[in-house]
Design a protein around this ligand. Structure first.
Ligand SMILES: [Zn+2]
Length: 53
């Protein structure tokens, strides 16, 4: 996973364990990248936005 700080112009790679039952990292179905569903940004703090599907 990549953590992006757009205001600070920094990024960091974070290790995340794969989960066999996860549609993305376990089963390799990337429907989000293929255009199914839309990303929804939501404000989670004064300088933080979380993007979820
Ligand atoms: Zn996953």
């Amino acid at each position: 996973m990549t953590w992006l700080d757009l205001w600070g112009n920094t990024f960091e790679a974070i290790s995340v364990a794969r989960q066999p039952d996860c549609p993305n990292c376990g089963e390799h179905h990337f429907t989000f990248l293929e255009g199914a569903g839309q990303a929804r940004p939501s404000r989670v703090g004064p300088r933080h936005v979380q993007v979820t599907k």
